[in-house]
Design a protein around this ligand. Structure first.
Ligand SMILES: [Fe+2]
Ligand SMILES: [Fe+2]
Length: 153
């Protein structure tokens, strides 16, 4: 059965655009492994993506988005636990291949959860003022990729 997609609120659209890039990261890791690219080359790229894109994205969500659902909200707790788990995987220097495989799977699951569940709930409960507050604090930047080693091409 097809369900009608919920239109993303304007205030959440920049974060949804980040999610698109996050899904692409998982795809790049998968493609890299399928093409037999060395773990070190993939890791160089994921390190860059994590530092430049993911850390600020997690911070913005945790500071301005999740608190809208209130203290001790189960959806928030789940998302924050997933952020910390992803932090550990990106920072891990042991068993690189295993960590990259976990990142590939878990980043995608995390993004699906936010897009399908958490962000929809935010849109349901947020006041107009809260949405404006998100907009005011978002620094819109164009996604610039790191083209030093485009192993996925
Ligand atoms: Fe997140
Ligand atoms: Fe997110």
């Amino acid at each position: 059965m097809k369900t009608k997609p919920i239109k993303r609120h304007q205030a959440l659209q920049p974060l949804s655009r980040d999610h698109h890039q996050g899904l692409l990261l998982s795809w790049k890791i998968r493609t890299g492994f399928a093409k037999g690219i060395s773990v070190d080359r993939i890791k160089n790229y994921t390190d860059w993506f994590y530092k430049i894109h993911l850390i600020p994205h997690f911070k913005e969500e945790e500071k301005y988005i999740f608190p809208i659902l209130g203290n001790d909200n189960e959806l928030d707790k789940k998302a924050i636990a997933q952020h910390r788990r992803l932090d550990r995987l990106f920072n891990s220097s042991l068993e690189l291949k295993k960590s990259l495989n976990r990142i590939e799977e878990e980043l995608e699951q995390h993004i699906r959860f936010e897009e399908r569940v958490l962000f929809n709930e935010i849109q349901k409960v947020a006041t107009k003022q809260q949405m404006e507050f998100i907009l005011e604090h978002h620094k819109e930047t164009k996604f610039l990729d790191n083209n030093t080693d485009t192993f996925w091409e």
